[in-house]
Write a protein that binds this ligand. Structure first.
Ligand code: ARG
Length: 443
């Protein structure tokens, strides 16, 4: 029973929030005249001292003290005697733990937010540097149309912006204080829930005591946002892994984010990126774990809910590390612009430009232009040359309406420059989006 019941091995991580919650609670009890000014002061000073002890030597793990709440209260009794017993007036561990955990998740969101802001800064900086670096854009992982590396990196900036808004949203929704819901029904003591909510930085108190102690939506919101964010990081990681492989050679990962092999001397493996990709599975697993724990629980508190903390802690640690590793990789990667350009040129990536040219310059319907271009690509493939290297006479033999101006449209630089619709890959568009992003980030 001792072992299955105790949560102190993991919920010790809530100690700062637990002490902050208790100090806010006892200040309110004192102000409301529920405990004497003298006891209030003794309890508050005792809690301050315990915080110093925990900071200096960690939280003592004693399974007989069950959880962080009992551990702190027992220590308080050792320090100040029977007055310690007054701290728990008009409170239950049920509203206490809900409050602590909400405070913890709020801090976790702030930490993730700071990490994501730094990641966006790295993406934007590299995107600006490579606003005009041509690379192949892919669909189905087949060369599709030329894009710029800056444009590609800014796609991830957009994903991270959505992640940040999901975390901000989760934080705003979580910001009501459950303290004062007591065990499940509220309390008969004349408490001031507005005061404790305000003291702890909440927007106000929660509005239903049953919901207050049984709600873990805030933890699930966090895990869902974390899962989606990790999913984005894993896509970026996967691209780096592909790009760093020799047949691509689009990027050289720095030694700091790679490892060698114990047997193959030439190896430089993208371990950090692979672990970011792998951690995504574990983070999603944490989200599913808490979803399954909460599924079907009757109101109000059930001990199952003690299992809410390990998946949130684990997901947070993995996500924070993944964000930091990804930021470091983006900052230090060497993009091989020669290889990127050559790959764009090799894949007939300007075929759409030829079709567009036929539509615009020769007024040919797009479907017919698509057909003519298909014949040109087939010929280029047979000869093993780029579209721009086919002689004009050969092109004219395929369709007499083609003239020499077509060559201006067939280079990869002309192709990207032409795509200047809002949000398109033209270097000027990329620079404009980068400028907006930098301003938003205060860079
Ligand atoms: N350690 C518990 C948890 O994490 C605290 C709440 C316990 N409440 C109770 N009625 N046993 O959920």
């Amino acid at each position: 029973m001792r072992e299955i019941n105790a949560s102190i091995p993991f919920d010790q991580r809530l100690w700062k929030q637990d002490i902050a919650g208790s100090r806010a609670h006892v200040a309110m009890l004192g102000a409301a005249g529920i405990v004497s000014a003298e006891d209030m002061a003794a309890i508050d000073q005792g809690l301050a001292r315990i915080a110093e002890e925990y900071a200096a030597s960690g939280v003592p793990v004693d399974l007989d003290r069950e959880d962080i709440h009992m551990t702190t209260e027992s220590r308080l009794a050792e320090l100040i005697g029977p007055a310690a017993g007054r701290l728990h007036t008009a409170r239950s561990r049920n509203d206490q733990v809900a409050t602590d955990f909400k405070l913890w998740v709020r801090d976790a969101i702030d930490a993730v937010e700071a990490g994501l802001e730094a990641l966006q800064g790295a993406l934007v900086t590299r995107a600006e540097e490579h606003a005009g670096s041509v690379m192949p854009g892919f669909t189905h992982l087949q060369v599709a149309q030329p894009v710029t590396l800056g444009h590609h990196l800014m796609a991830y900036h957009e994903m991270i912006a959505r992640d940040r808004s999901r975390f901000a949203d989760a934080k705003a929704r979580a910001n009501l204080c459950p303290l004062g819901a007591a065990a499940l029904a509220g309390t008969g003591f004349p408490i001031d829930r507005e005061a404790t909510a305000r003291a702890l930085g909440f927007d106000g108190p929660t509005r239903n005591s049953l919901d207050s102690v049984s709600d873990r939506d805030f933890a699930l919101d966090y895990l869902q946002a974390a899962t989606q964010c990790a999913l984005h990081l894993s896509r970026l990681a996967e691209e780096f892994i592909i790009w760093a492989s020799q047949p691509y050679g689009f990027v050289a990962l720095p030694d700091a984010y790679s490892t060698g092999s114990s047997i193959m001397p030439q190896k430089r493996n993208p371990d950090a990126a692979e672990l970011v990709r792998g951690h995504t599975g574990r983070i999603a697993g944490c989200m599913v774990a808490l979803t399954m724990t909460m599924k079907g629980l009757p109101l109000a508190y059930s001990k199952d809910m003690q299992d809410d903390k390990p998946p949130v802690f684990e997901a947070h640690d993995l996500l924070a590390l993944s964000i930091a590793a990804m930021t470091g990789m983006i900052e230090t990667a060497t993009f091989r612009t020669d290889r990127l350009r050559a790959a764009a040129e090799a894949g007939f990536s300007t075929a759409t430009d030829l079709a567009d040219w036929l539509v615009r310059q020769a007024d040919i319907p797009f479907r017919e232009a698509h057909h003519i271009t298909g014949r040109v690509v087939k010929l280029a493939e047979e000869k093993g040359v780029a579209l721009s290297a086919i002689p004009l006479s050969t092109l004219q033999a395929i369709d007499g309406r083609i003239d020499a101006r077509v060559f201006d449209a067939l280079t990869v630089d002309a192709s990207v420059a032409a795509r200047k619709s809002f949000g398109g890959t033209a270097p000027d568009q990329v620079r404009a989006r980068v400028a907006e992003a930098k301003e938003a980030l205060g860079l």
